[in-house]
Design a protein around this ligand. Sequence first.
Ligand code: ADP
Length: 466
Amino acid sequence: MRILFLSSEVAPFSKTGGLGDVSGALPWALSERGHHVRVMTPLYRGVPRATLQLVGSPLTLEFPFGRVDLRLFRAPAAGELLFVDAPGLFDRDEYYGYPDDARRFAAFSMAALAFTQADGFVPDVVQGNDWPTGLAMLALRTGFAHTPLGRARRVFTIHNLAYQGLFPASEMEALGLPWDLFTPSGVEFYQQLSFMKAGLVFADLLTTVSPTYAKEIQTPAFGVGLDGLLRHRAGALHGILNGVDVKEWNPATDVFLPRQFTSTELAGRALCRKELIASCRIDAPVPGMPLFGVIGRMAGQKGADLLQVALPKLLEQGASAIVLGAGEPAVQDAWLSLAAKYPRRLCVRVGFDNSLAHRISAGSDFFVMPSRFEPCGLSQMYSLLYGAIPVVHGVGGLRDTVFDLTQPNGNGIVFEQPTPESLFGALVRAVELFRDQAAYGVVQRRGMAADFSWAAAAAEYERLFA
Ligand code: ADP
């Protein structure tokens, strides 16, 4: 199959979270299975340009909001990865969060399709990912409907339903979208323009990143106002668990670690733990107490507020913890003031640090992920493979990857309520497990033996596309 894959993040070139990881791995897993996959993504400021090659001719798109001049670049030796360059729109420090985001990602979606049409690549499948590519699904059914591209099947993948790309209705006009689409069965979401809805309504097939999340988003509790539409489209909606890029996330070969290790040779792991504690300038936990690791965007979704209530009692008993994340200032500030209260026990690093993320997975005794909702979650899979036993809230992809140690296949600790009390109970169970090192080792090795390679997920996408 010829597959056109559109994404606003592609690791390692751009990444704020799981979307970047998936877009940096799934397309190449599909090409390894013999498909011709083309990935297109915006050329942001942070992408190194020295080795990029200009391809094709420049293109100009005329929108009612103005004219956008575009060029296309190719990254060498990285599969067919193409960057859409529109300096006025993408040459900025951040990927999202600007007042003209509607125009930026409308232009990206339209440009990707227009460049593809111009160079004669005729995809069988166009896969859009999250709201930034929603308008591509719509455009394939409208402006491109009677072109070769219009014959492609449209697949729209939900990585996180909570980010919907909502914009004022006036953007309909600025983008040149016909007003007859501005209805609840089209792209209107309570008087606003929803890019997410454009994807959900106009795609042939919807996928999301875990089986449990696929069910949850059809309920009011997790549907963020779109559960009715998703129930309506239930027959087209499939949950496929993300894989892990084992070229990057493998403790036996990980270049970020001071020492590599495997499930049968754990001496290197002990060294990783020691170095992690030293580099974070905290005290090692007192004997019998564990080191907790936390990595993730600092947003309400990730449940940091629960942990900020549940953790201090354990720090007072001599546990230690390392927290890495960036995001909402209120969450950051709450973590930083907690760290100021427990300077020897709690290390908080605000920022994006891939090396530290690897070292936390390799050096912590437990990895805590109390997400209120979690489409898939990759960090808990990394922690399983790296021998940091996950402590998670039983939702979404966490439910599909972490099984409580009371189960025969137990590889972690699962708590059921998104409350500080429920999380605290889970942390206490973690301490109990830690005190029984033989039992701890059994659970740890089960996690490390997991197979999260992309091959299985890619085969599943392939089946749906076919
Ligand atoms: P989400 O997509 O909701 O952010 P995931 O768990 O699916 O959550 O993916 C998060 C990815 O981003 C993981 O690869 C994780 O290691 C990485 N990550 C998140 N925050 C940071 C950070 N501050 N520094 C380094 N890596 C981070």
